[in-house]
Each structure stands twice: as C-alpha cells, then as structure tokens.
Design a protein around this ligand. Structure first.
Ligand SMILES: Cc1cc2nc3c(=O)[nH]c(=O)nc-3n(C[C@H](O)[C@H](O)[C@H](O)COP(=O)(O)O)c2cc1C
Length: 178
C-alpha cells in the first residue's frame, strides 16, 4: 500500500502560470469541496473571500501582501482569504473551541479538490493581517487566518521535500516524560 497518489503528488508551488485562469465553475467546485469538510458539532466555522486575477477584489488583496508572497502570489489565478468564526458575535465567548482546527480541515479539502482539478495551492500567512482585516472588515466574531494562492503550477514538485518520520509522530510528544 502507498499513500494515495492525490496526497503523494500534492505540493505547494512558489511559481504559478500567470496566463492560467479559473472559471466561475472552478471556484464553485473548490468551495463545494471546502463546504463538505467535517467540523465540531457541524458548526462549519469557515468563510472564504475569493478574488480571481481579473477581478477588482484581486488588487484590493494584493496590496496587503508581504514582500515575500508579493513575488509569487499575484500570478496565481485565484487568491483566497480564509476566515474562522472564533467568537459569538460581540462577545468573548468561543463560537467553537475548534474554529481554526475546522477551518484548516476545510482548507485541506479545498486543497485536494484543487489538486484533483490540476490546480495547485500554496497557503500562506505572509501578508499584513491588521491592514487586511481593516480593509475586508469581517463580521463580528470572524477572524482572518490565512490566504491561499491557487492556480496552475509553473514548476515541478521539488525532489528534496522533508517530513518527520511516522515513528517520530508516535513518540515525540511523550519521549521526555518516559
Ligand atoms: C498555515 C500555513 C501558512 C503558510 N505560510 C507560508 C508563507 O507565509 N509563505 C510561504 O512561502 N509558504 C507558506 N506556507 C507553505 C508551507 O511552507 C508549505 O506547505 C510547507 O513547506 C510544506 O510544503 P508542501 O506544501 O509543498 O508539502 C504555509 C502553509 C500553511 C499551511
């Protein structure tokens, strides 16, 4: 048995084809995949602000990118801002203890759907969070968490990717205590 090819072949490119575009149906399908992720109590504490390269919202987001992501993210066909519903409106009560966890899982679904469609994603946090929050003004209790650049990869999957071993996953958190 091997890890499923969809998982094994996924990677996060740093170069996107600047000519490649996504259709409305492509964007709908990505969000459809995100929508079907599991979440604590089926709370679905996620929201996605989308901007294709040819839409006015794209410029609005691009100006908040850091210098690093500004070098590659604008050429992706689609930029997505992810948001988590952390608090009940106008209170400090948690809407869900798992809001960010569930958002991450929803993003994972979106990422694999994109890969199945021949698209690649690079998630990133290299942007001005305060300025973007002020600009997009998410609803009360909602917080911007990350962004995703989605498009056709303009590079091959690197050969030298590194991951911790499965035995490390099983032992690392407990090894000091034993
Ligand atoms: C929450 C999150 C934040 C990330 N932030 C950045 C970032 O700011 N800049 C960047 O170049 N890559 C960023 N990445 C991409 C990771 O560096 C990348 O997923 C990791 O190196 C593993 O590579 P792979 O996705 O190709 O397997 C981020 C990924 C995640 C999930």
């Amino acid at each position: 048995m091997h890890v499923h090819p969809l998982l094994a072949s996924r990677f996060s490119p740093l170069r996107f084809d600047p000519e490649s575009t996504l259709t409305d149906d492509d964007v709908d399908l990505l969000l459809e995949a995100a929508r079907w992720a599991p979440s604590a109590g089926n709370s679905q504490p996620w929201a996605y602000f989308t901007a294709r390269r040819d839409e006015p919202e794209h410029k609005r987001i691009v100006r908040h990118l850091a210098a690093s992501s500004g070098r590659w993210a604008p050429s992706a066909g689609l930029l997505v801002v992810t948001m988590a519903h952390r608090f009940v409106e106008d209170t400090d009560w948690a809407y869900s203890d798992f809001a960010d966890y569930d958002l991450g899982q929803s993003v994972a679904h979106l990422t694999l759907q994109a890969h199945a469609m021949g698209l690649a994603c690079r998630q990133f946090r290299a942007f001005d969070l305060d300025a973007l929050t002020e600009d997009l003004s998410p609803g009360a209790g909602w917080h911007i968490v990350s962004m995703i650049a989605i498009g056709r990869a303009a590079e091959d999957r690197p050969q030298d990717r590194e991951r911790r071993t499965t035995s490390d996953l099983r032992t690392a958190p407990w090894s000091g205590a034993l």
